[in-house]
Structure formats: C-alpha cells, structure tokens
Design a protein around this ligand. Sequence first.
Ligand code: NAD
Ligand code: WQD
Length: 339
Amino acid sequence: MAVILLAGGAGYIGSHTAVELLNVGHDVVIADNFCNSSPEAVKRVEQITGKNVKLYEVDITDREKLAVVFEENKIDAVIHFAGLKAVGESVQKPLVYYRNNIDTTLSLMENMNKYGVKNIIFSSSATVYGEENPVPYLETMKRGVCTNPYGWTKAMMEQILEDAAVADKELSVILLRYFNPIGAHESGLIGEDPRGIPNNLMPYVSQVAVGKRECLTIFGNDYPTADGTCTRDYIHVTDLAIGHVKAVDYILNNRCVEIFNLGTGTPYSVTEIVDTFEKVNNIKVNHVYGDRRPGDLAECYANADKAWQVLGWKTERSLADMCRDSWNWQKNNPNGYNN
Ligand code: NAD
Ligand code: WQD
C-alpha cells in the first residue's frame, strides 16, 4: 500500500477521498492551510475510518515550508485539491485566484521534482470544456474558452502539468475533470461546509431546508431544456472519491498522461434536484424562479465511458442518495464543522 499526499485534503472532496483511500489501506498525509476548511474535518475522517491521518498546516504556495512534508514522508503520489474555487469571487479577485491556484501547483511540482515523486493526480473541472464544445463532453475535445478566471486557472494548470510530463518522461499525470459533486458521506460526519452564502445549488437547497436561508432562487426557467431550467451532471462525492482511489491504483502501475471525466453521464435539471430533495427527505424547500445567472450554460454533462473502460470506475449512487446524504449532513451539522 502507498503513501498519498492530499494537498488541500481537509476540504470537501479531499476529506471524502481520504476516507476511501484509508478504507482500502493506503496511508494518507494531508497538507492544508484551512483557508476554506477546518481541522475538524480531518478528525472526523479519523473517526469514520478508525485510522490516523498525518496532518500538516501549511500554505502550499510556500515551497520551503511544503518541503518539510516531502522531507518527512516517503510520498508515492500526490493528489492536488488545493485551490480557491468560487467562480464569482474569481471574477472580482482574479490575481488572488491566479496567484494561489497556479502557485500551489508550481510549489507542489517543484517539491515533487526535488524529492523524486513521480505521480500527480489533479482536481480539474468540466469548466475547461468552455462554451464551444457540444454536450456530452469527451476527454478528446479541445479545452475551450473559459468564462471566468477560476476556469482559466484550471485550464492553465492542466497545461502546466502536461508540459512537465513532456519534459520528464518518468512523471505521470492524471487530470480528473469533475462535474458537479454533491452529497456527503453516508455517516453524516463529513460534508460540504461553505463559508457565508453558498454559491452552489445543493448547499443552498440544504440551508433553505434547515431554515438558515429563506428561499432558493432558481436562476432562469427559459433555457432550451425540457423544463426550462439548467441541467448538470451531479455526482455523489463518495462516488467521486472512489474515482480517485481508482486513479491512484492506475497511476501507481502505469506511466501515463491521462484525462478522465468524473461524472455520471446523466443530466438533471435544477427543478428535478429541488423536487427530488423534497420528496426523499419529506421536507419543503421554498423557491422562486428568478433571472438567469450570468455565465451559466444551459447544459453540462459528461461522457463517462473512458473512466469505466480504463479505470473500471463508474458511479453507483443515485440522485435520491445524493439528496438524502446532503440533507443528513446538513441536519446533523446545521453550522457545519462549527458546532
Ligand atoms: P474546498 O475548498 O473544500 O477544498 C480545497 C482545499 O484546499 C481547502 O481545504 C483549502 O483550505 C485548501 N487550500 C486552498 N488553497 C490552499 C493553499 N494555498 N495552501 C493550502 N491549502 C489550500 O474545495 P473542494 O470542493 O473540495 O474542491 C477541491 C478541488 O476540486 C479544488 O481544486 C476545486 O477547484 C476542484 N473542483 C471542485 C468542484 C466542486 O464543485 N466542488 C468541481 C470541480 C473541481
Ligand atoms: C448548478 C445549477 C445554477 C445556485 C460550478 C462551477 C464549476 C464547478 C462546479 C468547480 C446551475 C443553479 C445555483 C442557486 C440556482 N466547480 N443554481 N440557484 O455553476 O454548474 O458549476 O460548480 O470547478 O466550475 O461553475 O454549479 O451548483 O453553482 O449551479 O438555480 O442559488 O444550479 O444556475 O444551473 P455550476 P452550481
């Protein structure tokens, strides 16, 4: 079994991935500065798995401080989750986003180079397909024109990693393009804990249901879709986490430079999300229809065949599971990790 460094591993997707890696017997080291997470998430990972995680509080952009993590651990592979991810904020503060997201990547890569670590898996996003490509998105499509600085950081980091793998024939790179992760661990102990007003749909829905917010605004119902609201490829965060375990297995056994979509391949509309959440949880979600949100695409979903063919991974959890587990987390932790 291997030692896996999770950069940004205290966050939403990192904490769920830590659980699944520990469950199959890997050792997990987490490096995080908690700028958008809490050390409590790591304690909960240990509680769920009954295993220890080695935790470092460190800003990953700080190359010298990060070196200590590489010095003290014999790391076999890195999973790079560390980044800022709020699309709207990235439009307001582009330099902060470029500085943090690109620098975390460079600092990790430079340390990997120095300490002879040859495997990196990167948290990319469906956003790199841009506006031009038709759905369903395929890994062979060209990266598109991104609609915001956050998206551009992802596209640039993909390029940086690919260039590094051209120069170093021993370096393996896997770019995982996530679609829309929602849900939470079935224990209800870890989940998504956004700071302030949630940007994303599911945390907003859950916070309306629990009474923290008055009403959900559904952004637009005049899109060219079956019910007029946007469709997305929502994926249960545990399925996504298991996708990382499969990617780790693959990268440890193959010299590779590969891109994989991690999605279900099935789109659901905003209205379907709200209806399913209300039905499976037997709770009302107040909502109104409002204007379109600038930058939203009508549809976004994956062709998920490659991950199945190459990694032997596909999703197993339904939309009902996603809605049930999101609510289970929210109602047990109305204030997230600050209880
Ligand atoms: P998150 O904010 O919960 O996790 C990111 C973690 O990185 C946080 O714990 C944060 O504290 C840490 N971090 C950020 N900058 C850091 C730095 N300089 N040094 C150390 N730690 C730092 O986000 P998430 O939803 O878990 O997303 C993980 C990754 O997946 C991100 O790169 C994100 O862009 C990407 N992604 C997320 C989604 C999504 O919808 N959640 C979709 C596609 C891609
Ligand atoms: C989903 C749908 C909204 C909130 C974003 C990033 C993307 C990726 C995943 C990181 C859309 C609608 C939302 C609300 C609503 N992240 N909505 N009312 O925009 O598909 O993707 O997160 O890489 O890059 O852009 O996700 O959850 O914000 O929105 O009606 O209050 O819900 O219009 O149709 P999105 P989202």
